[in-house]
Design a protein around this ligand. Sequence first.
Ligand code: PGA
Length: 251
Amino acid sequence: MQNKKFIIANWKMYFSYNQATAWLEKNKKELETCLQKNPITLIICPSFDALAPTAQALTKSTVALGAQDCSPHEEGAFTGQVCAQSLQELGCTYCIVGHNETQITWKKDHSLLLNKIDRLLEKGITPIICFGETEEEHTAHTTEKSITEQITTLCRFLQQKKPSKQILLAYEPQWAIGSGKIPTATELEITIKIVQNSMAQHSLLGSILYGGSVGIETLTILKNIPGLDGFLLGKASTDFQELKKVVSLIL
Ligand code: PGA
């Protein structure tokens, strides 16, 4: 396991092209200073349109570039999709897949999601694989069953692929995203154990992250959960002061 902690800044569609470039211009120096003091891996994931200028702004920076999604296909007649090859050419070293706000999640279509992971691995891009239970499953107390199914399918697939790099698994309960609610410490510990056990059974190395309403307030609880290697932030990552605080709090 790597010792370095991860923070993923998933900017979703909060910024337009101009707003994303202005944010970077204004904050990149201070961000770099903050990372020198707090040596974590920070991955900024802007929307597709802002990938090129973000890559440009992050030249010579230790901040990594990630995309928010990718096509499950290599090339061809797929209107509106972006292929892993383009992400690689743009300098992305990470890419989120299976996020609940995209069309393709574990619940909707396993095979499409696995194809996306495959396309990314072929290009040497580390997938940040989101998984988690739905609100209904959480209410019905079937979280463990749901997580076990998702993680077992994923680990079986990854075992065949033998990824050369560590993969990132982001536990994102659907009901916790943007809601201000987070799972209890016990709920988190159960999920982390399921993932750790399955990875060990399949001889896989990976880092386990948590995402869903992460901010300075919730971090006081979340940072003490053993087995978490980092966090995926949505809204909070767009506020530079909050992002800086989160980075300094997790070490
Ligand atoms: P949030 O989003 O931090 O705004 O809840 C998290 C996510 O969607 O990953």
